[in-house]
Design a protein around this ligand. Structure first.
Ligand code: MG
Length: 330
């Protein structure tokens, strides 16, 4: 049976993750630049950013409607959920990482490092120990389009970790413009996209880098290697599924990489894609932020959450197995 034309199989391993009669849903249009989707299971809705319009939007999965969630919205970019299901937000204009508390109030988790203001936090991920890891490139201070133009006080674009006790440490300091980030299912690896090509051209290839994470989860324990180099545009945001595959944004849609770094397939989207998120009650629907629009597609896999990752860690500890998933596990 023919697959939907949006599905491009590059390696036969991709067949097991796509559904032969599923298709891309174009759910909404009307943004300038969509980014930062996060699915809130308890409410069955997706929050995503429209950064230049300084608003966040809310897609209601039950009714299929989209409405403004917050405006003004500190030119928020990336979002994720913490371990209590609260939305964590990366704010360009606020130059901060914040969280919506259970009482609805905005709580700032980080807005400076070593006494200097952050640049413009871009994307965040939560570790199963509750720490928030986030990237801090300059896109929100490079112009007035996606925030307020300003000079960088820190003078570098780093990845930071906010400990559950509130302390902040720099965990990656050798990238040009770190952007999207995610952990492997066993949290032994941190993937980070570098979009520094925007500032230094070919001196910074459009890569996803991969860093080993220290066993205590508190830092990266070694230098990075190249996981993949983008073949169309740049990698911006991405998510990891329960099998360890990376589903990443790219210029021509969504690219899927096996954990061994092989590009195994694509979902072709008619706009440049900035970020993706697994949602739905079974977390098997990939939401796709594509420039002016919101898209979605059901897949035969599920997104990996911090709770999944902590479960995976406990399982391998108990079994005395190496802290990586074997091919059979995948
Ligand atoms: Mg981004």
């Amino acid at each position: 049976m023919a697959l939907d034309p949006a599905i491009e199989v590059i390696d036969k391993r991709f067949y097991r993750y796509v559904i032969h009669n599923a298709h891309v849903d174009h759910l909404w249009t009307g943004a300038r630049w969509t980014e930062g989707p996060v699915f809130v299971p308890a409410g069955r809705y997706l929050v995503f950013s429209d950064i230049p319009n300084d608003r966040t939007m809310r897609y209601d999965e039950r009714t299929g409607t989209v409405a403004v969630f917050e405006q003004p919205a500190f030119n928020q970019n990336g979002h994720c959920l913490d371990l209590e299901g609260r939305i964590v937000s990366c704010e360009h204009r606020g130059r901060a990482v914040s969280r919506i508390g259970h009482d609805g109030r905005r709580e700032v988790l980080a807005d400076s490092f070593d006494g200097k203001r952050l640049n413009s936090p871009n994307d965040a991920v939560v570790h199963s120990d509750g720490a928030v890891w986030f990237t801090d490139p300059t896109y929100g201070i490079d112009s007035d389009y996606e925030g307020d133009a300003a000079e960088s006080e820190i003078g570098a674009s780093n990845v930071y970790r906010i400990d559950p006790d509130g302390s902040i440490s720099a965990v990656v300091t050798d990238m040009v413009r770190p952007n999207g980030l995610a952990f492997s299912p066993d949290e032994s690896l941190l993937y980070v996209a570098d979009t520094g090509i925007s500032h230094v051209g070919s001196a910074c290839p459009p890569d996803i880098r991969v860093y080993p994470v220290a066993p205590d989860g508190g830092s990266c324990s070694g230098p990075s290697t190249t996981f993949a180099t983008c073949t169309d545009g740049v990698f911006d945001g991405f998510r990891v599924d329960v099998s360890g595959n990376l589903w990443t944004s790219a210029g021509d849609g969504v690219h899927c990489y096996d954990p061994d770094g092989t590009l195994i397939g694509k979902l072709r989207i008619p706009e440049v894609v900035a970020n993706v998120e697994f949602g739905g009650v079974k977390r098997n629907r990939l939401y796709i932020c594509g420039t002016t629009g919101l898209y979605a597609m059901y897949l035969n896999t599920r997104g990996c959450t911090p709770l999944d990752r902590s479960g995976a860690s406990r399982a391998v500890e108990g079994d005395d197995e190496p802290a990586t998933l074997s091919a059979a596990d995948r």
